[in-house]
Design a protein around this ligand. Structure first.
Ligand SMILES: *[C@@H]1O[C@H](CO)[C@@H](O)[C@H](O)[C@H]1NC(C)=O
Length: 368
């Protein structure tokens, strides 16, 4: 089994696909699905919880894995179970509430929509949706905090302070005033929390799918949900400033000599979206290629350019895709906007390209 998976990883990394660079289904199929994250309920012990991220440690571990051509064991860890005192009072939220204390009245309460629709977009971010009645299940859960007011600026400043935070989701949540974990308090009065949830990958209307939950007889529901994505992106050391391709992936032709510059792919599923992960894989691929020259004495192809993006399946994240090339292609080659596979729609979000800054090795373009 081990030898099989190692061989599969090697194949995914080192063997060039036929053109064009279709999404590598073998690499996608080898992935475990990203588990659905349950955002913890608001309680005294966890009014704010964030998930730490160490970019340099992530890059180092990816480089080591690629150099060894091993298999990613990138499975997000589950959340810890909470202790459960009976009917324990919960902190009161700062949000307004409708007169009638029902989930239906909460969902229909105009105040939430007014606030959500009037919210400004913080600088450095763009808005992806407004006023939904669901929260996101995006990529790279990084924790949440409760706010004392519905403020996109405050939520953004908290996201900015978290390493790897790339997006946030701000919303009103109808929560119980006591922990409804016993029949004696199965449907207590509600309080409105203003939740600011941090993500390591883009939030969008398609992955805003969590419309609440039942806790005993209490219905947790969500309203006034807005999503914002950061346009702040770091430049990995030794690389050119990443160029944003939006929803398009590079689809490089053979070069002017009829040679394929595409090297293969790595897909990351742990932690936030981070261009540095792909840069680390690219650099490590070059080390791997030099250590394993072609048996026929052919040219050693090292990674000098990469394209990294979030691969989405029907709007939900599959992972951070990282395709590597031995030569640099310009953004005009970003022509793959995703693909259908049966009825499943695979799409590209947050696509960036970057080259080795000392040796970008511009591709010799084929004649048109
Ligand atoms: C850039 O390319 C040079 C020459 O191929 C190589 O020595 C160097 O490690 C590369 N840098 C990165 C960041 O990959």
């Amino acid at each position: 089994m081990r030898s099989f998976t190692v061989a599969a990883a090697f194949a995914a990394l080192a063997v060039a696909n036929p053109l064009p660079q279709e999404i590598d289904w073998a690499a996608v199929d080898a992935l475990a699905p990203i588990p659905t994250v349950t955002i913890p309920v608001v309680d005294v012990s966890a009014q704010a919880s964030t998930v730490a991220y160490e970019p340099s440690a992530a890059a180092t571990s990816i480089a080591a894995a690629v150099k060894a051509s091993g298999v990613d064991s990138d499975a997000p860890t589950g959340l810890k179970a909470r202790g459960a005192a009976i009917c324990k009072p919960q902190p009161l939220g700062a949000g307004p509430a409708p007169k009638e204390d029902t989930p239906e009245a909460f969902l229909a309460y105009p105040e939430f929509s007014i606030k959500a629709n009037a919210a400004s977009t913080p600088s450095g971010y763009y808005n992806t949706f407004k006023d939904l009645k669901a929260s996101n299940n995006a990529y790279g859960y990084m924790g949440y905090t409760v706010l004392s007011e519905y403020s996109t600026d405050i939520c953004a400043s908290k996201c900015d302070a978290i390493e790897g935070c790339a997006a946030f989701n701000l919303y009103y949540e109808r929560d119980p005033t006591v922990n409804p974990n016993d029949q004696s308090c199965a449907n207590p009065p509600s309080t409105t929390n203003i939740k600011c949830v941090f993500w390591g990958g883009p939030v969008n209307g398609e992955n805003a799918k969590n419309a609440g939950q039942w806790r005993k007889d209490f219905h947790v529901v969500i309203a006034g949900s807005n999503g914002y994505v950061s346009n702040k992106i770091v430049t990995p050391p030794g690389c050119t400033t990443p160029v944003y391709l939006g929803n398009a992936a590079i689809n490089a032709p053979f070069d002017c000599n009829g040679k394929d510059t595409y090297l293969g792919v790595r897909i990351f599923q742990k932690g936030p979206f981070d261009i540095s992960k792909c840069a680390a894989a690219c650099e490590a691929q070059a080390d791997y290629a030099r250590a394993h020259p072609p048996a026929n004495g052919g040219e050693i192809k090292t990674c000098q350019f990469f394209n990294t993006y979030m691969l989405m399946k029907n709007g939900s994240p599959v992972g951070q895709y990282c395709s590597m090339y031995s030569a640099s292609w310009g953004s005009s080659y970003g022509t793959n906007y995703g693909q259908f596979r049966g009825s499943d729609k695979y799409s590209v979000e947050w696509s960036y390209i970057s080259s080795n800054s000392t040796n970008p090795n511009p591709a010799c373009k084929p004649k048109a």
